[in-house]
Design a protein around this ligand. Sequence first.
Ligand code: ATP
Length: 405
Amino acid sequence: MSESAKPKDQPFHENYVAEYIQGLERRVRDLEQEKRVIEGQYLKVDREFASLRAEFERLRTPPLVAATVLDVLEDNRVIVRSSAGPHFVVTASNFIKLEDLKPSVRVALNQRTFSIVEILPSKKDPFVLGMEIETVPNVSYKEIGGLEDQIREVKETVELPLLKPALFGKVGIDPPRGVLLYGASGTGKTLVARAVAHETKATFTRVIGSELVQKYIGEGARLVREMFDLAREKAPSIVFIDELDAIGARRLETSTSGDREVHRTLMQLLAEIDGFDPRGEVKIIGATNRPDILDPALLRPGRFDRLIYFPLPNGAARLTIFNIHTKSMNLDKDVDLKTLAKMTERATGADIKAVCTEAGMFAIRDEREQVEQADFEHAVAKVLPPTRMIEASEFTVKPEKMYGY
Ligand code: ATP
């Protein structure tokens, strides 16, 4: 009852009792509120305790030994090769379905009894998974200067079979299995391969040949096998092997054990290419600066049987490449890209890109926002001589004499 509603002549002790009860009710409410807060805190601490206990248990778990299944015996025991090398005949935990234990499956073994306690999910080497994989690169043909013939050939041999495999069936021919791009470094081989992957919406896997050369016997071949497994999983896909000469060099009679390992890797690559369905969803593109040292086995029909040469860009192509790389630059109105294209004879696409970046750097150094013709000219002088020095190995005159420094 509210204060105003109370009768005036209510006795003193009744007022006192009513106030006392109100006070008690307030206290109960406060205590309930406090209880809720404490319960919330208890829940939080309890959760933290559970997570710490789980972490503690996790840290105390003894390590398991990784192994690969080689064979399953009739009495349900399994032959495995442990990651350290030796082979063991072991039993499997009852929780593991025997039908999942197939040769080459990766498993975890108990450290003491070596029983199989778990099937490991990924059988891919971390190196393979760490490869440069782009799900549909964002480079289109528009960003490539010159190279029209090369793009047309790559389209015919890689893009058409991926996009219209039925067409080849109707005509009754198999498209080429592998395409080899060759030419000086920086002439746009990788760029074209990425653009094809973009146009065909394919996964682009790039691996450098020298990365496939491994220290232990059989490792390189395994990497090649797993790389193609991964490409098939992510199909449609394009496997791009840069510096193919690192594993594809001509085999000689006299060879060291290192050479033999490289050859094993090459044999695995050839086996993978031979096993391809030419109208399938995986395409292989190789690139090299040294086609002359490649093993003829790689170039025979049915393997890298389409060779595409990437020349140095001519004047018109250099102008287009300048236009492409200066598209988003803030250029002074006096900048004359035609003169620059004339000045950069024997430059590759990569050189021209470096010239544009360097010209921008000169402007930034001078605290200007616009890039001027002089910046480009300085950049040409700075970027081109060392590049030419590398190419100059074919000349008898020393680079210092050629460039007068
Ligand atoms: P390497 O043999 O050393 O791998 P590459 O021939 O594969 O060289 P790319 O990686 O394709 O060369 O080229 C390097 C960079 O140069 C590209 O990212 C691109 O920016 C530029 N470039 C090269 N050629 C062209 C071109 N024709 N048009 C536009 N940009 C180009």
